[in-house]
Design a protein around this ligand. Structure first.
Ligand SMILES: Cc1cc2nc3c(=O)[nH]c(=O)nc-3n(C[C@H](O)[C@H](O)[C@H](O)COP(=O)(O)OP(=O)(O)OC[C@H]3O[C@@H](n4cnc5c(N)ncnc54)[C@H](O)[C@@H]3O)c2cc1C
Length: 385
């Protein structure tokens, strides 16, 4: 399928593919086994300017948008989505700053993020607030010169590894989600520490940790946007970032498809390669069609985000839901085609199937996002009436 990429987009995509093939492929199985954070690869990505892709030129970035970010995430995920998500989380962690930060905040943080020297993370989820993000309990109490944060965040990607955290906390407990605000918290701030590192089914090269705030004083100048706007900014941020999860899913599915085609070409049963069996051809054809449909939807959603459109909740949710369901289906089919070998850790599809599951869960589970799509449809119907 032709997606009419510009020369710059082709270069970014090609570079990301090269890093994935040359730097990630040789270490992906080991990092999956050891659950070690991929610092060496992060450095390679930084040296190749990959963290500049999603930062505007005035802050030492390359001026790309959601679409360019998706191209990188897709290529990295084709080889290892655990490493891809460590990269992508740094974009998620700075989107609110990019969109709503003051000039001083942007000047202070974005050039470091663009250089890849300082990773970021985004912290919304808490033990009692997952799908129902409005149930957060972390508080930010106003004091002279700043806010004192108290509470615990759970399942935070890049937790412990990132230097800069975008944290959502209640500045007014009585107003629920309308009382939430957004803060930038630096790693070495007194009162900020890390809990356990989670042991996961998939994306095991990524780090997922608890963040603990105990009387953590954050200066006034680290609040992003207006007090009380934290929840609204977060919902908009997630609309912007969900095509990235779609891209992660597309890359994963593409990697699994390629592995299944390779295996079915060389595996001989009943005197013929598996790929000569019509039933295997049917499965491969469906896999390839689904991957391409998911890619088209993710690219369209990412381009909508970059178009300056005001509302893209529906497009972005559709892209994430469809691509992640595709990744789960295609990676499962890839294991099936590879048979017993596919179930073994010596073959990459076993890891890909484990890695795919999370794409249906995080940044809004697919059930919750289907609700969101239905709400948009109802609004549209109401407007027609
Ligand atoms: C590896 C990993 C990395 C993560 N990274 C981050 C991060 O960087 N930052 C961050 O803030 N969070 C992060 N999260 C949190 C993630 O976004 C949440 O796990 C997710 O939103 C789901 O919340 P939950 O796990 O509490 O599930 P729950 O909300 O408890 O949901 C459990 C099940 O119930 C279903 N359900 C819940 N409510 C409804 C409803 N209204 N309608 C239909 N079905 C419903 C869900 O679909 C799901 O299947 C991460 C999670 C994981 C596992």
């Amino acid at each position: 399928m032709e997606y009419f990429l510009t020369e710059q987009q082709k270069t970014i995509k090609g570079l990301a593919r090269r890093i994935a093939e040359e730097k990630i492929l040789p270490v992906r199985a080991e990092l999956d086994e050891t659950e070690e954070f991929p610092w060496a690869v992060i450095k390679d990505l930084a040296d190749s300017d990959m963290f500049r892709v999603f930062i505007p030129e005035e802050y030492e970035g390359l001026g790309g948008g959601c679409f360019e970010l998706c191209l990188v995430i897709e290529e990295l995920s084709r080889v290892c989505s655990g490493i891809a998500v460590s990269y992508a989380a740094s974009a998620l962690g700075c989107f609110t700053l990019l969109e709503y930060g003051t000039e001083a905040q942007k000047q202070k943080y974005l050039p470091h993020i663009a250089s890849g020297r300082r990773l970021t993370a985004f912290a919304l989820t808490e033990p009692t607030a997952g799908s129902d993000a409005s149930a957060i309990k972390t508080t930010a109490e106003r004091v002279d010169g700043g806010y004192v944060l108290n509470g615990t965040k759970q399942f935070i990607t890049n937790g412990g590894e990132a230097e800069i955290y975008t944290v959502i906390a209640l500045t007014d407990k009585t107003r629920g989600a309308r009382g939430a605000s957004t803060f930038l918290v630096e790693k070495d701030t007194p009162g900020f520490s890390f809990g356990k590192k989670e042991r996961k089914m998939g994306i095991r090269a990524s780090s997922t940790r608890e963040l603990i705030f105990r009387n953590c004083l954050v200066p006034d100048e680290n609040m992003i946007g207006k007090q009380g706007m934290g929840f609204i900014m977060t919902m908009k941020l997630l609309d912007r970032s969900r095509p990235g999860i779609g891209a992660q899913a597309v890359g994963l599915a593409q990697g699994a498809l390629e592995a299944a085609v390779d295996y079915s070409r060389q595996r001989i049963q009943f005197g013929h390669p598996l790929i000569s069996l019509p039933v295997v051809q049917d499965i491969l054809a469906d896999m390839a069609t689904r991957v391409e449909a998911a890619r088209a939807l993710v690219y369209a959603a990412a381009r909508t985000v970059d178009s300056g459109a005001k509302n893209f909740t529906e497009e972005s949710a559709m892209a994430k839901v469809f691509a992640s369901d595709t990744a789960m289906k295609v990676t499962t089919d890839a294991v099936q085609i590879c048979g017993g070998a596919g179930y073994m850790k010596d073959y990459p599809v076993e890891k890909m199937m484990r890695d795919a599951k999370i794409t249906q869960i995080y940044e809004g589970s697919n059930q919750v996002l289907r609700n969101a799509i239905a709400i948009e449809l109802r609004k549209r119907k109401a407007r027609r009436e």
